[in-house]
Structure formats: structure tokens, C-alpha cells
Design a protein around this ligand. Sequence first.
Ligand code: ATP
Ligand code: MG
Length: 434
Amino acid sequence: MPAANEAGKHHIYPVATPRLPPLVPPVQPIRGTADLIGEDSRRHRHVIDTARAVAATYGCDEWSTPIFEATAVFARTLGETSDVVTKEMYSFEDRGGDSVTLRPEGTAGVCRALVSNGLTQTLPQKIFYAGPMFRYERPQKGRYRQFHQIGLELIGAAEPLADAEAIACGHGILTALGIAADTTLELNTLGDTDSRSAYRAALVDYFTLHRAALSEESLTRLDRNPMRILDSKDPADRALVADAPTIAPHLTDTARAFYDGVKRHLDRIGVPYRENPRIVRGLDYYSHTAFEFVTDRLGAQGTVLAGGRYDGLVAEMGGPPTPAVGWAAGIERLAMLLAAPPPAPAPIAVIPIGDAAEPAALDVLQALRRAGIRAEMAYRGNLRRRMERANKIAARAAVLLGEDDIAAGVAQVKDLASGEQIAIPLAELPDRLR
Ligand code: ATP
Ligand code: MG
């Protein structure tokens, strides 16, 4: 038998005694992770919903790939000297002895999925995704260990128009979120393979000359991937990078024509950009276009949306050579830029007057919900308590149902802002309250 509480109003059911003592409070989330509750959750959802809708207008379908993959999916493709692979991956051996990694980014998994699902002959594929990513980083504002990204991939298009469309879609999302004016698009080209090997040689010459001033880490990069030095966050490296040669004089005619094409399309679409020869991106698979939307409103973590062309990645994943371009954006950083979180829609409070009115009130409650209206009925309480509750949940109206009203087939609807009250036939409630 359930035991009645002191008020005698509701029953508390006994629960089984836990076998272990409870955790000693306060139990905290893992460092660098966060709970999304209330306003945080609404901001987060708003970013995803807005991005998904804009991406759909560009013809994108949404893909969801697993949150963990074989470690090789990332280790082999992101670049063995990239920050992500050298120090940020959450990799572990599972119980079967396989090395798996919590995904640090979305593109490698999408390309793996393209190949696994035999879609490399069904191109182009236009893909939108949203979900959590994991990187072992030093947590700070705008930088977490579990964070979330939205992303876009246009796979199977070699034309500069695809680069411009990917960027325009990103810009469209920032515009729809009301934050485009807070960001600047920085654009660069990494050229084709020939441009890059010429540029690489120029960088090796330059950084070798300044070898003594380079950070330990960049000395390794100098041997293995000198372009990565341009992305270094070390202050001493950054000073050298400021005067490093740029790729422009090393671009082949093809690479230059491609870059000009991207810029021409962006001009035509009306997406403003600033050329920045220092944008190189942190992962190895990029070529040609590289871009970042940056803001000065988030302190050091100023990049909100970033991407580029990655023509080599699908082939590295075991598919045929397949051109592709895409980007990813940090949802937390976008959410922080939103002026105000979108409000939760105000509910309708359904209020039975007396126990006998509750079944009819439940019918009304469900009819409103079927009509897509947010409606709530308190689980218990007298009229005064229920009205207090309606105000507490900021209901826009209360639907009051007394036995006489029910007999007459009406409800008293009280506008909780104006206090005005009118009788409305039960059948008309969903339409009148919408
Ligand atoms: P950063 O230079 O800030 O480390 P990144 O080059 O590592 O960025 P990308 O891999 O391009 O970032 O990821 C795309 C976007 O995802 C970033 O521009 C940022 O908005 C977001 N992002 C990346 N890492 C994190 C993180 N640890 N926490 C929150 N957001 C992140
Ligand atoms: Mg990073």
C-alpha cells in the first residue's frame, strides 16, 4: 500500500533500498562538458533548427554517423601532425581489443559513411549534420571537451561554385541567426598539389632561416608539415608567421583560376569576404579553398565556422578520387553570439474545477495538443493552486472547466494578460486558441 504524506493529498510509493551508498554530492560533470538545460538548451536547439532549415534550402539531407569510429578513420586522415591527432583525441581500446575514438570532427565520419554505404557513384551528395564532438583540450570559454558542431559537406563537386555555395550556406545560417554582422569571412586558397609543393619549399627555406626562434613543436612540423606552423598558437611562432611568405606567388594557373572563380561567385551571391593568406586550417586534408568566419565578440575563441575543400579525403577513406568541400561550426560559440534565446512558446493552462471535471478537462488538454498547441494541466490542486501554477508557467490563457460549463459544452477561457474571460464552445477551442 502506498503511504499517504502529511497533507494526505498524494501518495508516495516506497522505492527499493539502493544497494550502494549514493554518490557524495555535489556530483559534477566531467571537466569540459556541460549540461544543456533551460535557456542553454533553447539557444542550442535554435542554432540547429535554423541551420537545418537553411541547409535544406541548399538541397542538403541530414546524416547521422556514429559518435565513435575506428581510430584509423581519424588518425589516418586528419594528419599525423595535426593538433587533433597528436594531443586531442579520446581514443581507447574497447572490450574486444579494438582501438576506437570518440569523433573529434564530423567530416571523416561522413566520408567513411559515403564509402561504407556505396554512395560514391551517387554524386553529388549534399549533407548536413549536427551533433557532439570530443577533443581533449584545455577547457575555457568557447572551448570544451565535449562540444557540438553543425556541419555541411558537398561531396562530388569539383567546381568553384560548390565552394561558393558551401560558404553562402554558412553565411545564410549566420544571417538567419541574426549574427552575420558580428562576423567576418576570411578567405584563402591552399592551391593544388603543385602550388603547395612550391610553397612548402619556400616555407622550409624561411623557417629554416629562423629555426632558432621556432617552438619545439614547430621544429617537428618543419620536417613533417611546414604549413602547419602557420596555424601554430605559440606566441613566438606567431611572430615569425607574420612575416612568412604567402602562397600567392606559388599558385599554378589552375589554382589561381579556381580561386578567382570562388571569389567571382561569392561576389555575385553577395557574400562579403576578406582575403587572409594566413588561413590554413588545422587538418591535413584541405586543398584550394580555406575559410573561416571569425568574430571579435568571443575573445580568443573567435572562429565560429570554418572549412574548405578536401579533394583527397574520400580516396584516403578507400573510395575513388572524389572532390568535396565543406565546413563545421561550433554550436556553443554560435549560441553565445545569439542576442536573446528564442522564448519557449507560452502554454495554455487547462483547469478542471472539481474532481468531476477532470475527465472532460483531459479531453480538452489532448485536443489542444493534437492541434499542436502547448498545453498543460496540473496533476493536482484546487482552483486557486491551479491558477497560481498557470501564472508560474507563464500561460497565455487558462481554460476553466466547471461542471456546468461542461454540461453546456463550453469552457471559460481567461486571457491571463488582460484578465478578460469569455465562453468558447469546446469544439472550437483548438482553432480559437491557436
Ligand atoms: P581552434 O583553432 O579554435 O582550435 P579548430 O581549427 O580546431 O579551432 P575546427 O576543427 O575547424 O576548429 O572546428 C570547427 C569549429 O568548431 C571551430 O571553428 C569552433 O567553432 C568549433 N570548435 C572546435 N573545437 C572546439 C572546442 N574544443 N570547443 C568548442 N568549439 C570548438
Ligand atoms: Mg582546435
